[in-house]
Design a protein around this ligand. Structure first.
Ligand code: ADP
Length: 323
């Protein structure tokens, strides 16, 4: 293998740039040529492909977003789209690919490998931490830190006014951001898609807090919770509970941006480095992960089909520590 490509795809996450840098610098250190594919699969089809040198990735380690840009591509989901994408890769002499993205991006890489024999390794870049085969995904730690900073500020105003804040965080299918930030901010309750939410139980808990003179309460809701988003939860709580003035904050896209945390920079650097070495060792169609501090490789079909389980221990921790 002489030439590899690197791309970012799907939703962006902080630390993607650190991963791109690691792929480029490791590739060059191993004597490979490294090409950047811009705007995900959409740019691959359009031939937006350029050689990257060591200094092409200078000063990006600490930046949020992705310098390679990212996109979603309907065309790539079709057989013809992937034929055009593979033609571009072949025209540029690219024999191996590192895809930094989420489960959709890995499903795309799987199809590219199966249909056109392009060797692909994946690095999990998503704030949601919803992939099987790694303890953390790139961007998750930064997103949790962003939520924690925001909720700390909300807590100040909640305390001053005796308010209940329902804070919505990202996580359509996974409650990892909600759970971790809930522990770190001392949230009174965390509502996540993995468990069934009972509003009467939530109200009981809030009532007990009020009886114990709690001057504020924070409930963190993952956007995909079965009770609905923060506004719906607030409506349902309001019907039966009026001890506090209730306010809603939806944190939204600010959770995706910002300079990556040290943890995400290190994770991304290790994963990018690991992906290049895996390609050189002949591996393909696998996601690089870090489990118990060791680099691991998980086949794409497994990484995309399964979720890491939400830890009952962490759920209990929220309940006990906020009581
Ligand atoms: P993420 O990688 O963050 O999960 P998406 O689910 O949007 O983001 O996937 C990114 C891109 O990957 C899609 O726009 C599409 O081009 C490609 N993709 C997703 N699923 C498939 C699939 N089943 N087959 C081929 N390509 C896919």
């Amino acid at each position: 293998m002489k030439r590899i490509g690197v791309m970012t795809s799907g939703g962006d996450s902080p630390g993607m740039n650190a991963c791109v840098r690691a792929v480029v610098r490791t590739g060059l250190a191993r004597g490979l040529e490294v090409y950047g594919i811009f705007r995900g699969y959409e740019g691959m089809i359009a031939g937006e492909i350029e050689p990257l040198k060591a200094n092409s990735v200078s000063n990006i380690l600490q930046k949020g977003g992705t310098v390679l840009k990212t996109a979603r591509s309907e065309a790539f989901k079709t057989v013809e789209g992937r034929v055009r994408a593979a033609e571009q890769l072949k025209m540029h002499g690219i024999e191996g690919l590192v895809v930094i993205g989420g489960d959709g991006s890995f499903r795309g890489a799987m199809a590219l490998e199966a249909e056109h024999g392009i060797r692909c390794m994946g690095c999990p870049g998503t704030i949601d931490n919803d992939l099987y085969g790694t303890d953390n995904t790139i961007g998750y730690d930064t997103a949790v830190n962003t939520v924690v900073q925001a909720v700390d500020k909300i807590r100040d105003t909640a305390n001053s006014h005796d308010r209940l804040f329902i804070v919505e965080v990202m996580g359509r299918d996974a409650g990892f951001i909600a759970l971790r930030s809930g522990i770190a901010t001392g949230a009174e309750a965390v509502l996540i898609p993995e468990t069934v939410t009972y509003i009467p139980e939530l109200i009981d808990l809030l009532e007990r807090g009020w009886q114990r003179n709690k001057s504020s309460a924070i409930v963190i809701v993952a956007e995909g919770d079965d009770a609905g988003g923060a506004y719906q939860v607030a409506e349902k709580v309001k019907e039966k509970f009026n001890r506090y003035d209730i306010r809603v904050t939806v944190l939204g896209h600010l959770q995706r941006g910002g300079s990556p945390s040290a943890l995400d920079r290190i994770l991304a650097s290790r994963m990018g480095h690991g992906a290049v070495d895996a390609l050189l060792a002949g591996r393909t169609s696998e996601m690089v992960g870090v489990v118990n501090n060791n680099i691991t490789y998980t086949p794409f079909d497994k990484a995309t089909k399964h979720h890491m389980e939400v830890s009952p221990y962490l759920l209990e921790l929220v309940q006990v520590l906020s009581s």
